[in-house]
Design a protein around this ligand. Structure first.
Ligand code: FAD
Length: 361
């Protein structure tokens, strides 16, 4: 028998959709993705992008609290096997002491558990293929199982592109970031020298945003002009805290475990001269890739592969009964709270659509 509602994804959008749908008695089935080396390299492990970061200071409802309180909260809220995956945050050499914001993996475990508590069901696998040109829709998981669904919420997110240079991975969350709005205000970056890599609108926006907190921001761009819009270029040029490093490519990130990033190594594409730019942080702003490979040819995507919402303030896609939420359809805000917001909207849209079609009780 076909499922009423299947949700694909496992970030804030998916778990919020699952929470709302479960409370509406739709018994949603969530495909949360698989734990594979390929997904680790791509950055699409279960629990989404937020689970890759440390402190989340901008998700409402979580002020700073003593780390021991998070430990007790996790022990009380989560089953033993899920608590075990967080244990390293509370015990041992790397445990955080004193007050802090909530960590990404904690908030994502809480979201998942909250959805399960009210009746969401979970399959720990990727959806490899989606047949959306038939109804019920058919989803084929990586390990081969087929699931039919009357309605679908796609919340598979996106992943930031990184440079792939030596040490970049080692210093992720220790000075290397792909999100200035998320991390720029952290104390480790305040009044420090920072590097932004990229030349499009996002790179310029990130540089301008960071200049509010940083001592100096240097934008490393491999060409001699920016791709960013003229207005953004003017704002950048008039900002005394931003300096352009034209015609340079990043070749490595330098640092140590205690301080994190201490410098970024760049090479000139004009004369091959190598230079080390002192920096406490490197923000990579070279774009994001939406996780929509499995939807190719099935529903309308934009030129970058993001799902196209068909109406302002609605989560309907080009296929009736298929809804999209979070970063997979939002190349603009890319925040956990906005993803959760559209997750809620998608569940409500799906619930109403099922009722209108006479599928719901
Ligand atoms: P995602 O979080 O991208 O999750 C989607 C998940 O779906 C994937 O990870 C994968 O597990 C699963 N999936 C993908 N494809 C499939 C498939 N075919 N089948 C099954 N499952 C699949 N935002 C903030 O608001 N505050 C912050 O402090 C902050 N810090 C960040 C730090 C980092 C390092 C990063 C990368 C992002 C940060 N963000 C932050 C952004 C925030 O994490 C994202 O905006 C948010 O997670 C998007 O949520 P989402 O639900 O749309 O999808």
């Amino acid at each position: 028998m076909a499922e009423s509602l299947v949700i694909v994804g496992s970030g804030p959008a998916a778990w919020t959709a699952a929470l709302y749908a479960a409370r509406a008695n739709l018994r949603p089935l969530v495909f949360e993705g698989a734990v594979t080396e390929a997904n680790r390299l791509k950055g699409t492990l279960p629990l989404g992008q937020l689970a890759q970061t440390t402190e989340v200071e901008n998700y409402p409802g979580f002020p700073y609290v003593d780390a021991l309180v998070f430990s007790e909260f996790s022990r009380s809220a989560l089953p033993e096997e899920r608590y075990a995956s967080l244990r390293g945050l509370y015990e041992g050499r790397h445990a955080h002491r004193g007050k802090r914001a909530i960590f990404g993996p904690e908030i994502m475990e809480y979201m998942r558990q909250q959805a399960l508590n009210v009746g969401a069901r979970v399959v720990t696998d990727d959806v490899a293929e989606a047949g959306l040109r038939q109804h019920p829709f058919v989803l084929t998981a990586s390990e081969g199982s087929r699931t039919e669904a009357l309605a679908l919420v796609i919340a598979t997110g996106a992943h930031a592109q990184y440079l792939g240079v030596p040490s970049e991975e080692r210093f992720r969350n220790n000075g290397v970031s792909a999100c200035a709005v998320c991390d720029g205000a952290l104390s480790r970056f305040r009044e420090k020298q920072l590097v932004v890599v990229g030349g499009g609108d996002s790179a310029v926006e990130e540089a301008i945003y960071l200049s509010r907190f940083a001592a100096m921001v240097r934008v490393v761009h491999r060409r001699d002009q920016l791709r960013a819009s003229k207005i953004m270029q003017q704002r950048l040029a008039s900002n005394p805290k931003i300096e352009m490093k034209w015609n340079r490519v990043v070749t490595g990130v330098l640092g140590n475990d205690e301080e994190g990033v201490t410098a970024v190594r760049v090479r000139s594409s004009v004369d091959n001269v190598v230079e080390e730019i002192t920096a406490s942080g490197m923000f990579v702003a070279i774009g994001h890739t939406p996780n929509t490979d499995f939807l190719e040819g099935q529903l309308e995507l934009d030129e970058k592969g993001y799902i196209k919402w068909q109406q302002i303030n609605r989560t309907h896609t080009s296929i009736e009964g298929v809804f999209a939420a979070g970063d997979v359809a939002d190349n603009h805000y890319r925040q956990a709270v906005s993803a959760a917001g559209t997750g809620c909207m998608a569940a409500l849209d799906a619930e109403r659509w099922l009722a209108t079609k006479g599928f719901a009780e």
